[in-house]
Structures are given as structure tokens and as C-alpha cells.
Design a binder for this molecule. Structure first.
Ligand SMILES: Nc1ncnc2c1ncn2[C@@H]1O[C@H](COP(=O)(O)OP(=O)(O)O)[C@@H](O)[C@H]1O
Ligand SMILES: [Mg+2]
Length: 355
């Protein structure tokens, strides 16, 4: 199937609900055509509202513009935007069987019977439920319903796919399985997709790019690796994956700059712009810390908790009464709670954020 790869541009969108809730605050965002952009943030941060504005379901926003390629969409009704939408609760028609649910949008578009049949069967086959076409919605599991909703969205051959937490209602195992399938499907179809989720693992694995949202604003947009490795603010750093965060000061010793706080003194990467005595946040990932020996250690910590997670062991360690860090190690033996451990981290893995 040939795709148009429609880019989406949002310009300064704000939406305040009548009760005064500022759900979306001056959001500008460029979404690449043909890519999947994961819109991720905690519950209540405005993801659904923003998605509804893009889809034309929420029309009363006080400012801003929505563009699909070179078309301004703000006055265009939902059914003329050529979008496929999957809601969190799927919103299937309970009194129609699977086939009729998927065919519904095609009938509205007055396609020929042959074309409808072809598209329904193609869509059902894409999401691998062709054999369920005669079932009623009540006879389907959660995962199967999710597939029907996706097939229905795909059948209209949309320019844009809007998915609002499509996996959230499923149990963990099924969610993992469908996430992998959905990733292959989206990669294959190359439809411009906005995937809303509060789950950072979903966002990281499905998004070509991730837009991190908080309190109605986009904090950062970038590839999963950019957002993970170079978070622009502490919120992004702590929301995307587990990050250690220490508050302290820069101490310059000649050309060398150190990060210092109670119980910690770490040499920072060269050529940092931060000045002597500047207050900063130091960030580093649990997986970037290694066990060391007393003569080489950069950090000395005390093990407070240990969680064996199969492929790794996660240690919660204290550096000082106020400073706790998470350390992931491969080894699982000889871990004794209350024991001192010696740790190393290379300076390139240390990341400074001013706040
Ligand atoms: N119809 C509404 N009326 C008033 N407030 C609303 C309405 N819909 C959502 N909100 C509020 O707007 C904020 C953003 O909601 P929402 O976009 O649903 O967030 P998310 O999808 O990220 O969980 C929340 O504070 C929510 O309570
Ligand atoms: Mg929501």
C-alpha cells in the first residue's frame, strides 16, 4: 500500500476547560510524516485532550492551529480528516459483529461492496483475526477487541492514526505481545501515528520519536535514545527510565570540575559550561554503575534493599543519610543488606542539569 506520510504541525495550542483546568498549554509540535510519535506523560497531563484536538473531536480550544501537511484542519470535521482512531476503551459497536464493526466506516464512505469486503478482510488479516469475523463483540477477549478496534481504524486507509492508550486495558503479558506486534505493524505501514501512553516502556519501544508531556506542556521531543540519554529537564530524566538524581555543587579544581555533595565527589566530563560553586543536579543511570574495589572506588555506598529481577539485580543504596541511589548489577550472589559496596562510574556517564 502506498502511503502519503502526512506530517502534522501543531502551533501554539491551548485548551482550558470551563472549570478552569488548563489541559493543554501552548503546545507546538512537529510530527514527522510516516513516523510513530509516542506522546507520553503521567495521567492527567493532557495527552487525551491534545489527541482529541488533533482528531477534531475537541473543537473548543482557545488558541492554536492544527496542520496536516499544508492543510489547516481546525475547521475540518473529524470525518473529513481521514484519520483512524483507537480509543482507550476501544468504543466498538456492541450490537454488530467483528466484520460489521470494521466495515462501518467504509459503509459511511459509501464504498462498493467489493471494496468494503476486500478492505475488511485485509485489515482483519493485518491484525491476525480473520477467523473471528463472524463473532459478536461480547464473545471477544480484551486483546481481540483491541485488534478489532485497530482493524477498524486501519480499514479506512487513514493518513493519520491516533491511538489513545490502546494497550493499557490489557494484562501485562498480552500487552507485551501486542506491543511487539503493533510495533511491526506500524513500522510496516508507515502511517503517521500518534501513540498516547503513560507507560515509558511502551513509548520507548513504539515511538520513532517521543514527546514527553507534563502539566499540559511538551517538555521534550526526540528519539528514544536522545530523550533517554540527554533529558532536558529533571522531570524527563526521572520519568523516562530510572535515573539517579543528586543535588550538589560544581567545584572547580584548576581545569577539572568535580560534582560534590554529602558523601560524594565525582569528576565530571571535560569542558562543562557550568561554573565553580554553581548548584546543579547530577544524573546517572543505574546500569552505568559498576562494582569496584576499595582502592578504585568513586562512590562508597551501603546496600539498603536488593531486588533480584532475573537478568539483573537492583540495589537501593545509601551514600549519605539524604542521598540514595539505584544500582543495577549482573551479579546476584554475596549481596548482604547493610553491607558496604564500592562503586565506579565513568565520567562520560554523568549528566548535569541546571535547575
Ligand atoms: N471534559 C473535561 N472537563 C474538565 N476537565 C477535563 C475534561 N477532560 C479532561 N479534563 C482535565 O484535563 C486534564 C487533562 O486531561 P486528559 O487530557 O484526559 O489527560 P491524560 O489523557 O494525559 O490523562 C486533567 O486535569 C483532566 O482532569
Ligand atoms: Mg488519557
Amino acid at each position: 500500500m502506498k502511503r502519503k506520510k502526512v506530517p502534522i504541525r501543531l502551533k501554539n495550542i491551548s485548551k482550558t476547560f470551563p472549570d478552569g483546568t488548563k489541559a493543554v498549554q501552548d503546545v507546538s509540535l512537529d510530527i514527522n510524516g510516516g513516523e510513530t510519535t509516542a506522546l507520553v506523560g503521567p495521567s492527567g497531563c493532557g495527552k487525551t485532550t491534545l489527541l482529541r484536538i488533533i482528531g477534531g473531536l475537541e473543537k473548543n480550544y482557545e488558541s492554536g492551529e492544527v496542520w496536516f501537511e499544508d492543510r489547516k484542519m481546525d475547521e475540518v470535521p473529524t470525518e473529513k480528516r481521514n484519520i483512524g482512531i483507537v480509543f482507550q476503551n476501544y468504543a466498538l459497536f456492541p450490537n454488530m459483529n467483528v466484520y460489521k464493526n470494521v466495515a462501518f466506516g467504509l459503509k459511511v464512505r459509501k464504498l462498493s461492496q467489493d471494496e468494503i469486503e476486500k478492505r475488511v478482510m485485509d485489515s482483519l488479516s493485518l491484525v491476525r483475526i480473520s477467523e473471528l469475523r463472524h463473532r459478536s463483540i461480547a464473545e471477544l477477549s480484551g486483546g481481540q477487541r483491541q485488534r478489532v478496534a485497530l482493524a477498524r481504524a486501519l480499514a479506512i486507509e487513514p493518513d493519520v492514526l491516533l491511538l489513545d492508550e490502546p494497550l493499557t486495558a490489557l494484562d501485562a503479558k498480552l500487552r507485551d505481545k501486542l506491543r511487539i506486534e503493533l510495533d511491526s505493524l506500524l513500522t510496516e505501514l508507515q502511517i503517521t501515528t500518534i501513540f498516547v501512553t503513560h507507560d515509558q516502556v511502551e513509548a520507548m519501544s513504539l515511538g520513532d520519536r517521543i514527546a514527553v508531556m507534563k502539566d499540559g506542556k511538551i517538555c521534550q521531543i526526540g528519539t528514544p535514545m536522545e530523550v533517554y540519554k540527554k533529558p532536558k529537564e529533571v522531570f524527563v530524566a526521572t520519568f523516562i527510565g530510572t535515573n539517579n538524581l543528586l543535588h550538589g555543587k560544581i567545584i572547580a579544581q584548576g581545569k577539572t570540575k568535580m560534582f560534590c555533595t554529602e558523601g560524594v565527589s565525582l569528576q565530571l566530563p571535560d569542558e562543562l559550561p557550568e561554573k565553580d560553586h554553581e548548584e546543579v543536579q547530577l544524573l546517572f543511570r543505574p546500569e552505568d554503575i559498576q562494582l569496584s574495589t576499595s582502592d578504585k572506588a568513586q562512590l562508597i555506598a551501603t546496600i539498603k534493599n536488593a531486588f533480584y529481577l532475573g537478568e539483573k539485580t537492583r540495589l537501593i543504596c545509601t551514600l549519605s543519610p539524604d542521598n540514595e541511589i539505584t544500582v543495577d548489577i549482573k551479579e546476584s550472589e554475596n549481596i548482604i543488606l547493610g553491607q558496604k559496596i564500592y562503586l565506579e562510574i565513568s565520567s562520560e556517564k554523568l549528566y548535569i542539569i541546571k535547575e
